[in-house]
Design a protein around this ligand. Structure first.
Ligand SMILES: Cc1cc2nc3c(=O)[nH]c(=O)nc-3n(C[C@H](O)[C@H](O)[C@H](O)COP(=O)(O)OP(=O)(O)OC[C@H]3O[C@@H](n4cnc5c(N)ncnc54)[C@H](O)[C@@H]3O)c2cc1C
Ligand code: SF4
Ligand code: SF4
Ligand code: SF4
Length: 390
């Protein structure tokens, strides 16, 4: 039976819990707020399936890149509500228009990130946008297998470790399954996220009703974080001035497995890989309007066909894997643990989120923020005049 001796050796993909014939594996949260499998040894029959399905113990087959594309969705209403160039939405809509079902991450009514299946274009808005917290895949691998065996088309999207978990769970490839992995440098703790929302709730005297981790009304490259509350109030701030997003972007609050990620390679788990085309403005300043450009890596013939069927929706250009790698360190290596990682989680478990975040994350005061923001504004203006990107 599966046993986790070192936390970095479990990405929390839940493939083991999905495959267990006795349903005796529960995914349980540890003190850091991440889930790990826990086996009920009294029910376990020692069949070993949980070990053979684990993508950390038995790596899933990878695909090599066939093409690299930069793309902006021509529909501004889709691009502005997606995190990057709005590619996922078009891939998903196409599958739904053919009667298929699309799986991805949504925030539920309690703002918990979960994988769900969606069958209508209207419901797709729940899957749009990055949720920067680990998503619970639940029993979706089981559902997917059932749909695939019924002959239904399925698109499953997620982090590379989730896609690897699903592939091992299925055990064979299906023509009617399209796999989409997002470039992923790591997932923050769901426990930390929930506690942070409680902290904001106290500050604003109201219940949070929605979270947008990447509100793009001001910028794509400079991330802005937004939370709306049930009393009509809104918290909206540059990510560098929000403690949750600062912890995520500075690699303080990520899952232990993310610092030793087995998926940080150009050889991908999905038929298509989606990310932000970071750094593209340096090479092609004229292409970068700061509203979002997708980096699309096509990894299989199936992925190629899927992209071709939606390519008319985009202003797109061909690129190459070296250009992609130049803006994405995670195509070559895992992120490094922040020096305050252990201190953060020690304080979090002993004294709670507020103490841990305030001790380990520096947020400049109002005056300094104003000065920094005007410096950025001036820099952007100069870049615009000199036609230089970043
Ligand atoms: C935790 C995380 C870390 C990321 N890190 C990077 C990075 O370092 N560099 C980079 O270029 N891109 C990163 N991305 C990907 C990027 O943020 C966009 O998701 C991606 O470019 C797709 O954008 P889009 O505009 O096509 O569609 P969007 O509508 O913005 O993307 C939605 C897609 O993201 C998936 N998704 C959203 N949240 C989660 C989640 N918590 N777990 C699993 N899947 C999720 C949905 O299922 C859907 O497939 C990350 C995404 C996540 C979720
Ligand atoms: S060995 Fe088999 S029965 Fe036991 S936990 Fe693993 S999958 Fe379940
Ligand atoms: S990586 Fe996935 S399959 Fe392996 S032990 Fe962790 S949750 Fe289970
Ligand atoms: S960094 Fe690696 S281990 Fe962590 S969530 Fe992303 S793919 Fe999974």
């Amino acid at each position: 039976m599966i046993q986790i001796h070192n936390k970095k050796d479990c990405s929390g993909c839940s493939a083991c819990a999905n495959i267990c014939p006795k349903n005796c594996i529960k995914m349980e949260r540890d003190e850091m707020g991440f889930v790990y499998p826990k086996v009920d040894a009294d029910v376990c029959i020692n069949c070993g399936r949980c070990e053979t399905v684990c993508p950390i113990l038995s790596p899933a087959k990878e695909n090599s890149p066939l093409a690299v594309i930069g793309a902006k969705n021509r529909d501004e209403s889709v691009r502005s509500t997606s995190s990057s160039g709005g590619t996922f939405f078009e891939l998903a809509k196409e599958i739904i228009s053919r009667g298929g079902i699309v799986y991805g991450c949504a925030l539920d009514s309690e703002l918990v990130a979960r994988h769900i299946g969606v069958e209508t274009a209207e419901d797709l808005s729940n899957l749009k946008g990055s949720k920067y917290v680990q998503s619970d895949v639940g029993t979706t691998y089981r559902e997917v297998k059932k749909y695939l065996m019924d002959g239904r088309e399925v698109l499953y999207s997620g982090t590379p470790c989730q896609i690897a978990g699903l592939k091992n769970y299925l055990g064979k490839s299906y023509d009617n399954l399209l796999l989409v992995d997002v470039l992923c440098h790591g997932v923050p703790s769901p426990g930390v996220f929930a506690d942070y929302l409680d902290y904001l709730s106290e500050r604003f005297g109201a219940k949070p009703i929605s979270v947008n981790f990447r509100n793009k009304e001001k910028s794509w490259k400079r991330l802005y974080f937004e939370v709306k509350f049930d009393n009509g109030k809104r918290y909206f701030t540059f990510c560098g001035y929000d403690r949750y997003m600062s912890m995520f972007l500075n690699n303080i609050s990520l899952r232990p497995s993310c610092y030793d990620c087995r998926f940080t390679t150009v050889n991908r788990q999905g038929d298509i890989t989606l990310g932000d085309f970071w750094g593209i403005g340096r090479k092609y300043p004229e292409r970068d309007d700061d509203k979002g450009i997708s980096l699309i890596i096509v990894n299989s013939e199936k992925g190629k066909n899927a992209y071709e069927s939606i390519s008319g929706k985009f202003d797109a250009f061909d690129s190459d894997i070296d250009t992609a790698k130049a803006g994405q360190l995670i195509l070559s290596s895992s992120v490094k643990k922040h020096a305050s990682y252990d201190e953060f989680f020690r304080l979090y478990t002993e004294q709670g989120i507020e103490k841990a975040a305030k001790t380990t994350v520096y947020i400049p005061g109002k005056l300094k923020r104003r000065y920094e923001m005007s410096k950025r504004w001036a820099l952007d203006l100069a870049r615009k005049i000199l036609k230089k990107g970043y």
